[in-house]
Design a protein around this ligand. Structure first.
Ligand SMILES: Cc1cc2nc3c(=O)[nH]c(=O)nc-3n(C[C@H](O)[C@H](O)[C@H](O)COP(=O)(O)O)c2cc1C
Length: 205
């Protein structure tokens, strides 16, 4: 059965502003297709996970995909593999992705499983699919008025492209420390989702 994979990387999980906006897209997709199931992956569960030496040895040693050491990696890759839509709600932490999202990346980008070299270039082995990334930030990290470096957008786009996911839409809820701006960007973000041809609310004729 087709699914939506919703990844939340905020320490506030589903109550974060980013996750709430992401849920608007989920609601729209399920309104269009009620058979779409929702897989929620709250990355707080990866807070204690790490790449240990056994994992590194298995990766470099080319151990088989069903090796016990790859169990978590395999589970996370399959969730992504099976998803018709990917939605990521992530805060910016120190100009880039939070540690838990980096952990997910380290488990999902697996040589020989989710990507492989073709003519020396890392090439994705997963199918492309429509993907929405909602970025939350305390400061202003997008647009002409950007006041901080943004090592999240390009990095996450490169990482997802490595496994074959290139059909990306980014929405920014930034400057959230300013309550007035927070209300405005939340409204703008909701409008941007509502109008989106894939994640938006379809108006019935
Ligand atoms: C460890 C940490 C690092 C952060 N780094 C940044 C940053 O680099 N730039 C920024 O604008 N906000 C930064 N913030 C603020 C968060 O991005 C902000 O609180 C955001 O609204 C959190 O959204 P959430 O509710 O989705 O978790 C940081 C917050 C934490 C906890």
């Amino acid at each position: 059965m087709a699914s939506i994979l919703l990844i939340t990387a905020s320490p506030y999980g589903s109550s974060s502003r980013g996750a709430q906006l992401a849920m608007q897209a989920v609601t729209n997709l399920q309104a269009q297709n009620p058979r779409l199931t929702l897989i929620e992956r709250d990355l707080s569960a990866l807070a204690d996970a790490t790449i240990h030496s056994g994992y590194s040895d298995a990766l470099i040693g080319g151990h088989s995909h069903d090796a016990e050491v790859f169990a978590l990696s395999e589970h996370l890759i399959r969730e992504l593999e099976d998803a018709a839509y990917l939605i990521v709600a992530t805060p910016m932490h120190n100009y880039t992705v939070p540690a838990t999202l980096k952990m997910w990346i380290d488990f999902v980008l697996r040589y020989g499983r989710s990507f492989a070299p073709v003519d020396g270039i890392k090439t994705g082995l997963l199918k492309d699919r429509p993907t929405l990334v909602v970025v939350t930030a305390g400061g202003i990290v997008s647009g002409a008025g950007r006041l901080q470096p943004d090592h999240l957008t390009g990095y996450l786009a490169d990482v997802l492209a490595t496994v074959g996911v290139r059909d990306l839409k980014f929405v920014y809820l930034d400057g959230l420390v300013n309550p007035a701006r927070a209300e405005q960007v939340a409204a703008d973000g909701a409008q941007s989702i509502a109008m989106d041809p894939v994640f938006g609310a379809k108006v019935m004729a």
